[in-house]
Design a protein around this ligand. Structure first.
Ligand SMILES: [Zn+2]
Length: 281
């Protein structure tokens, strides 16, 4: 029976004839579920125009939001991770790195760039959550250290944008060492009296919170971001008590004195520029 036998193999419609909505033109707000057009999203700095929810974005978007005319020079772009422990979980670490690079176009969970914010020079290192959960491995630590060296050499302020699930377990102690390394470098920046601004975005947790993210001359956060060290479940099991409402949000952390203030992403550039100008005096 020819009904049951495919006579022509595969899809015969040519690519030009296909009628598809352009990929990624519409997004849905994870909070209010309303449809958001990508052009509007970019215009609104990836903040929902209906409920002000701050969507999770990466270094590309933050650079776009902050740098004048989206002009910047990316530094240390070729650093990639080794696999000193020959680590294998569900797959070898080297395979995971290759796959993630292919999927995201990123070499690791951070990008560093030098540019200007309202004419003020700045060095920015920004983490990417899409790359193995924004985990802090040796490349993240090394790029931060080199960014700080650059800030020291050029005498320009340093802005760190954190977004991380914590340490990268596939690098074990090599990952944990980055906490000490970056903190020591930041101490040098402080001695040289060069400003360090730390911006915590959703989520900033684990070893990142326990090191460079909380060491800013000013620590700022985006609204509604998850900020903490251990996850709420672990804490609840440890202290055997219910956790307060809004626990580990930017607002809660601000109230408890760990942040200086919370800034809406749409006002971030202007606010940072004010600080850069103020601190120059
Ligand atoms: Zn929304």
């Amino acid at each position: 029976m020819s009904w049951f036998r495919r006579e022509k193999k595969g899809i015969s419609t040519s690519t030009e004839e296909k009628k598809e909505a352009p990929d990624g033109l519409w997004n849905k707000c994870p909070n209010c579920k309303k449809a958001l057009h990508s052009a509007d999203l970019q215009e609104n700095k990836w903040v929902c125009q209906y409920c002000s929810y701050h969507l999770r974005v990466g270094s590309k978007e933050y650079f776009h939001v902050l740098f004048d005319n989206n002009e910047y020079t990316e530094l240390f772009a070729d650093l990639t991770s080794g696999d000193p422990l020959h680590f294998v979980d569900s797959k070898p670490y080297t395979d995971r790195l290759l796959e993630t690079t292919k999927k995201t176009g990123l070499k690791d969970a951070i990008r560093a760039a030098h540019g200007k914010i309202e004419g003020e020079e700045i060095m920015i290192a920004c983490m990417d959550f899409n790359f193995i959960g924004g985990s802090m491995g040796s490349v993240v630590g090394e790029k931060i250290a080199r960014s700080i060296d650059y800030s020291l050499k050029k005498k320009v302020p340093f802005l760190m944008i954190s977004k991380s699930g914590g340490a990268r377990m596939m690098e074990a102690a090599f990952s944990l060492m980055q906490m000490a390394k970056t903190s020591a470098k930041l101490a040098l920046l402080s001695q040289a009296k060069i400003p360090y601004i730390s911006l915590l975005t959703d989520p900033t947790t684990g070893g990142v919170t326990a090191s460079y993210a909380m060491l800013g001359d000013i620590n700022i956060a985006e609204p509604g971001a998850l900020i903490g060290f251990a996850g709420p479940r672990v804490i609840k099991e440890t202290i055997k008590k219910d956790l307060p409402k809004g626990f580990q949000t930017s607002e809660f952390v601000l109230e408890h004195g760990f942040l200086d203030f919370i800034v809406d992403r749409r006002e971030m550039k202007a606010k940072l520029a004010t600080f850069l100008k103020m601190m120059k005096k």
